[in-house]
Design a protein. Sequence first.
Length: 100
Amino acid sequence: MKSNYLNIIGIAFRAGKCSTGEETIVKDIQKKRAKLVLIANDVGPQTRKKLTDKCNSYDVPYVIVSDDRDTLSNAIGKSHRVAIAILEEGFAKKLESLLG
């Protein structure tokens, strides 16, 4: 299951259907572009609160994944990414079904 959802993230990123970086993700949440936000389990408490509060106030689903930032970063081929916003409904639904 783990590698399946990481593969989907990689495909979504290569298709240009992801955004990374705290500020970019917050903007995508506010503009209702983000369909799902994935947050690494080792994200700092301030960043976690900021992202989860934004998701809650704009009614965007989010998942705190069981993997750390390195695993999440490797899935998209970037480094030091603690969160990824999925910008396409199809990828978001697939990831939600894989992550429960």
